[in-house]
Each structure stands twice: as C-alpha cells, then as structure tokens.
Write a protein that binds this ligand. Structure first.
Ligand code: UDX
Ligand code: ADP
Length: 471
C-alpha cells in the first residue's frame, strides 16, 4: 500500500497550537484544504471575523490568515463534517494538568483528547491518519489507537502519528516557517511508516528534508516532554544562580554571558527572570514527574520536580524582595505591575509569573494596578479569581485595578514591578512615570529589561533580578 496523498486536513482545536500550525500548513500547501474545527463558537467566530480580530495575538499570524482564509483555510464549528471529509486529522485540543482525582496536580487531563478521539471513531466512514499534536504524556497515542480500533467501522483503518509542536508563543509563525526540526513518531510497521511518509510529504512542501525527523511513537512523545523539561531546567539553573548573585554582588547577566559563550552550553535560554510560565513547561515537567513515579523511578521524579520547585522559589523570593525593600511592608501601598502575559508578544496568561506575584501582593494587603498591552481585562479577572478561590470578584476588585496604560497604572504608585518583558516598557518615558509616582519611587525589574543605571540617575530606587548590592 502506497502512502496516502494528503488532500484534506482537519485540525480539531483552534487554539494556540492548532490555529497557527494549521494556518501555516494551509499557506504553504495551497493544494491541501485545511479546516480547523472547534466546539467553542466564540473562538471560531473570531477566527472568521471580517476584520481579522483573531482570538489569539501572535505576530505575523494575521498576515498568514489573510492570505489563506477562504481559499484553502476554513474555520468551523462543524467538527463532524471536518472529520468526515479529511484524510488526515490533527488532534490539537487542550491537555491541562488534572485538578482532581488520581494524579491531581501532576498528570495531564486527557478528557479532551479522549472525547475528540471518540468523536473521530464515531464519525469516520473512511480510513484516517490521526495525528496527536496536543502536548500529551507518553503512551497517549497508544490509548488513542485502542479507542479508535475498538470503535472503528468495517473498512476504516486508523493510523496514529505523534507530531509534537515545538513552536514558542510570540515567535510561532517564525518557528513554523523555519523550524529547527519537525518530529514525526509512528509505529515501525509498514502501515505506520506509510502514514509517517504521508505527513512527512506535507511538511516537505517547505521544510528541508534533513529537518524532518522520523522516530518511534514513544520516542516522539517523550522527546517533546524532554525538550521542554531541559529548556525549563536551564531557566531554573540560571534563576538559582541569580539568587547567589543577589547575595554576593555578582551580576547574573555577566555570568550568563560568560557561561553561554561556551559553545557546549550556548547562549539561549539563560535569561534570569521572575520565573517561567506558559502552558507547556510546568505541565510537561509535571507529566515527566508523574511518569517517573508511575515507573517506580522516584529519584528521577525528584530530579525533575526540583526544576518546578526552583521556579516557585524564584517567584516567592522576588515577591519577598519587593516587601523587604519597601521597608518590610506593602500594606496599603500602591504597587503597579507592568505585564500580565507569561512572556512578551502573546496575550496568553497560562501559568504566568505575574499571577503569583499579584496574589502575593494581595496577601500583603497592597493595592495593585495592572497594565498589559495584550491581555483582555476579562482574562486577568478570571486568572485572579482562579488564583484566589476564597475571594469573590468584588473582594478582589477592592484591591486590584486594571488600567489601559502603563502611565495610568504607575500614577501615585510607590513601586513599579516589571513582570513581562514587553518592548514598550523599555521605551516608556520613565522620567514622566517617575514624576507621577510617590517618593522614593521603587522599580523592580523581574525581566532584566530596563537600563537600571539610567533609571537610577532619574531618581528610581532600582532592584534587578540577579544583581545585589553587596560587593
Ligand atoms: C515553550 C517551548 O519553547 C516550545 O518549544 C514549546 O513548544 C512550548 O513551550 P512557550 O511556552 O511558548 O514555548 O515560551 P518560551 O519562549 O519557551 O518561554 C517560556 C517561559 O520561560 C516564559 O515565561 C519566558 O518568559 C521564560 N523564559 C524564557 C525565561 O525566563 N528565560 C529565558 O531565558 C527564556
Ligand atoms: P493549546 O495551547 O494546546 O492550543 P488551547 O486551549 O488554546 O490549547 O486550544 C484548545 C482548543 O481545543 C480549545 O479552543 C477548545 O475549545 C478545543 N477543543 C477541546 N476539545 C474539543 C473537541 N472535542 N472538539 C473540538 N474542539 C475541542
């Protein structure tokens, strides 16, 4: 049997992964019809909005959607029709960490993956290649295969592939146009290899063949967790060193620069910060921890868990530094938090360090003002509500205000905390901000973003991650 020639692709899940990935596939493969389906009507409507008011903010995305939408790229809530017509289906639904039951706090909630898989089995009347695109724990593909095989109709065969996404938010389009690698995992059977070839030929439309790696199904699933765990580990390592710098007067920027110059280490992902966030790092490490424990490998579990614990410590340590510097109390003081997204160039707030910082400031009874250039206000309220389930929204709003500009957030504030590295915070008129703040005006740079020396000459008392005063 020759590999299927892919003509129609359906992507289940129009989120941060499925949306950009399949929009780029449509752009790069004009001969393939790509339909992205989602149960969430509001999200689909936004993808279809006449003025391209897309549901996610991602530089370059609008341009891709403008070029392909209506030609060979479609967004729809008709999940069944999408499944039925496609010869290849990406499953790109959400896989949050479980909140209750077995493995709560660690294991991934695979309910959405299972429901989507069952839907494919129920609806499909012809053979399909089913591609696991969501971040999932190892062996999920195996479960999907079991569900599909147990529920398939006669003459319907399902081949499962794992094709993890390595795009980073904020640079997703760049990452998709020129990926370091595309990873495709398949069963090593003739049918599995044919399915792998079918997907490989889709990416081959724009990705050089040496960058398309084909491996076994489990290796592919584990590689995704491993890549994210190792990236996060670099950040926790540099953040652990930032604590030593603060205590000794060494400068973490200089240390990272010196260490990164070793070509075996390399310069990327060594930027000390208030802590990593995002939908992947913590979730994937916790998946790895859970997997290790299930495999009776407690030392391996403890090793990876520490990467997450260091991240929590970094957020706690930073919050404490704010309180200590403001004369050991922030009760009743106004703290402006600039940035709420988990990193710059995205409106995504999942696991954002800002959420923890603000929660800590609330606990110290400070008044907090928040400004972020992209995150919708409703999202901020939702996140703060989820972080403090014992408080009502009204109670939270007595202490927290969201503003529409950085200047407004900083007005009469005792301290400014930079939580996200938005470029616009570097370019702010800090002289003007300083003149509006209570004195002494404190600034806490959680992202190594601003020129601390310059701000000190304006009059700010500046505290930076990874830099101490002891010499
Ligand atoms: C990550 C992976 O990079 C990507 O390959 C995977 O597919 C999904 O998870 P993402 O979460 O979008 O992508 O963002 P990333 O750029 O990796 O940043 C994650 C967090 O680490 C952010 O909060 C960021 O601010 C922080 N970070 C990153 C640092 O604190 N220091 C650094 O040097 C780099
Ligand atoms: P990610 O960052 O992994 O893309 P998101 O939460 O942004 O995650 O997107 C996942 C999308 O999948 C959501 O828009 C959700 O509505 C959609 N989804 C979840 N389950 C199903 C399903 N069974 N059928 C269709 N769409 C689904």
């Amino acid at each position: 049997m020759a590999p299927v020639k892919v003509r129609k692709i359906c992507c289940i899940g129009a989120g941060y992964v499925g949306g950009p990935t399949c929009a780029v596939i449509a752009l790069k493969c004009p001969h393939i019809t790509v339909t992205i389906v989602d149960l969430n009507k509001a999200r689909v409507d936004a993808w279809n909005s006449p003025d391209f008011d897309l549901p996610i903010y991602e530089p370059g995305l609008e341009d891709v959607v403008r070029q392909a939408r209506g030609k060979n790229l479609f967004f729809s809530t008709d999940v069944d029709k999408g499944i039925e017509e496609a010869d290849l289906i990406f499953v790109s639904v959400n896989t949050p960490t479980k909140k209750s039951g077995v493995g709560a706090g660690f294991a991934a909630d695979l309910n959405y993956v299972e429901l989507a898989t069952r839907r494919i089995a129920a609806v499909a009347n012809s053979s399909k290649i089913v591609v696991e695109k969501s971040t999932v724990p190892c062996r999920t593909a195996e479960s999907m295969r079991t569900i599909l095989e147990a529920n398939s109709k006669p003459n319907c065969r399902f081949d499962i592939l794992s094709n993890p996404e390595f795009l980073a938010e904020g640079t997703a389009i760049q990452d998709l146009f020129a990926p370091d690698r595309v990873l495709i995992g398949s069963l090593q059977t003739p049918e599995g290899k044919d399915a792998c070839e079918a997907l490989r030929s889709v990416y081959a439309n724009w990705v050089p063949s040496e960058r398309i790696l084909t491996v076994g199904l489990w290796s592919s699933e584990l590689s995704k967790l491993a890549a994210n765990a190792m990236l996060a580990q670099r950040i926790s390592s540099i953040n652990a060193l930032s604590a030593i710098c603060e205590a000794t007067g060494a400068n973490i920027d200089e240390v990272a620069y010196a260490v990164g110059k070793d070509s075996r280490v390399g310069p990327k992902f060594l930027r000390a910060s208030v802590g990593f966030g995002g939908s992947c790092f913590q979730k994937d490490i916790l998946n790895l921890v859970y997997l290790s424990e299930s495999l009776h490998l407690p030392e391996v579990a403890a090793y990876w868990r520490q990467v997450v614990e260091m991240n929590e410590y970094q957020k706690r340590r930073f919050s404490k530094r704010v309180v200590d510097t403001l004369f050991n109390t922030i009760t009743g003081k106004k703290i402006a938090v600039l940035g709420f997204a988990f990193k710059a160039d995205t409106g995504d707030t999942r696991e954002s360090a800002a959420i923890t910082l603000i929660k800590n400031f609330q606990a110290e009874k400070a008044f907090v003002t928040i400004y972020d250039p992209q995150v919708p206000h409703a999202q901020i309220w939702e996140d703060l509500k989820e972080a403090s389930p014992h408080l009502t929204l009204e109670q939270i709003q007595k202490q927290v205000t969201i503003t529409s500009s950085a200047v407004e957030a900083c007005n009469k504030a005792e301290a400014v905390v930079i939580a996200t590295e938005w470029k616009e915070f570097r370019e702010i008129d800090w002289q003007d901000i300083h003149s509006r703040m209570s004195k002494p005006a404190f600034l806490f740079d959680g992202r190594l973003l601003v020129d601390a020396e310059k701000l000190r000459t304006i009059g700010f008392k500046v505290t930076t991650i990874g830099r101490g005063e002891v010499l």
